[in-house]
Design a protein around this ligand. Sequence first.
Ligand code: HEC
Length: 241
Amino acid sequence: MDPTRDNLLIRFKAFIDGLGIFTLFAVLLLVVFGAAAAFGWLKKGAEPEEAAAKIRQNVKTGVVAEQAKFLSKDAIDSVTPNVAKLLTHSNPIAVEIPTQVVPGSETAKKLASEVPIDPAQMEIGKAQFLVCGACHGQNGEGTPAGPPLAGSEWVTGPISNLILIQLRGLKGPIEVAGKVYDFPAGMQPMAYQTDEQIAGALTYIRNSFGNKASAVKPEEVKALRSEVGQPQVTAQELIKP
Ligand code: HEC
C-alpha cells in the first residue's frame, strides 16, 4: 500500500493541485469564448441566414419593380385595344347548331345548301314574285325601276333584312353586288301578302337566278309583323350581309 495515502497533508496538496488545474481550464475556456465573442466568431452561424434573407429581399424588390413596369395601368391600357381588335377580327368558330350559326356566314350557306327547298313553297313564291319582277326583272337581273336580286348579297344574307324590306319598304343608298343604288322613292312596303306568301317570295328569290340560300319560314315573317307601318328601312339599319 502507498504510505502517502494516509498522509493528510499530501492528500490536501493533491486536492489543491486538482483544483488549480480545474480552475486553469475554466480560465482558459473563458479566455477562448471571450476572444470568440470579441471577434464575432460566435455569431458566424447566424450570418448566412441574414445574408440569404437580404438576397431574398433584394430579389423580391426587383421582381415587384419589374412587374410594376410591365403591369402598369398604362401598359395594360395600351394592350387592351389590341386584344379587343384581335377578338373582333377573329373568325367565329364554325358551329353548326342552327340557332348559333351567323347569318350569311360560310356555315349558314353550307347548311342552307344541304336543306332541300320545298318545291311547293317555291311555287307559291314564283307566283308572288311576278310583282317583284316588275321592278327587279323577271330573272332578277334588275331594271331602271329596281336593283338586281341575282347575285345580291342582301338576298342570300340575313333573312330578317329581307322581311324588313318587304314589310317596311326600303329607301336611301344601298350597295348591291359592288354597285350603289339610290332610287328617289325607294321601294314601297308590300305587307299585304300573307306570311306564307312573303316567306314563299323570299325563299324563291333566295333560290333562283343562281342564288342559293336557306328557306324563309312563315313564322319568321309573322314574328316581324309588328314592324308594319314603320318608316321605310335604310341599309344602315339592316344587318350588313
Ligand atoms: C315598284 C318597284 C319595286 C317592286 C314591285 C319591288 N321592289 Fe324591291 N326594290 C325596289 C327598289 C327601288 C329598291 C332599292 C331601294 C333603294 O334605293 O333604297 C329595292 C330593293 C330591294 C331589295 C334590296 C336590294 C337588292 O337588290 O338586293 C330587295 C331584297 C328587294 N327589293 C326585294 C323585293 C321583293 C322580294 C319584292 C316583291 C315582293 C320587291 N322587292 C318588289 C323596287 C321594287
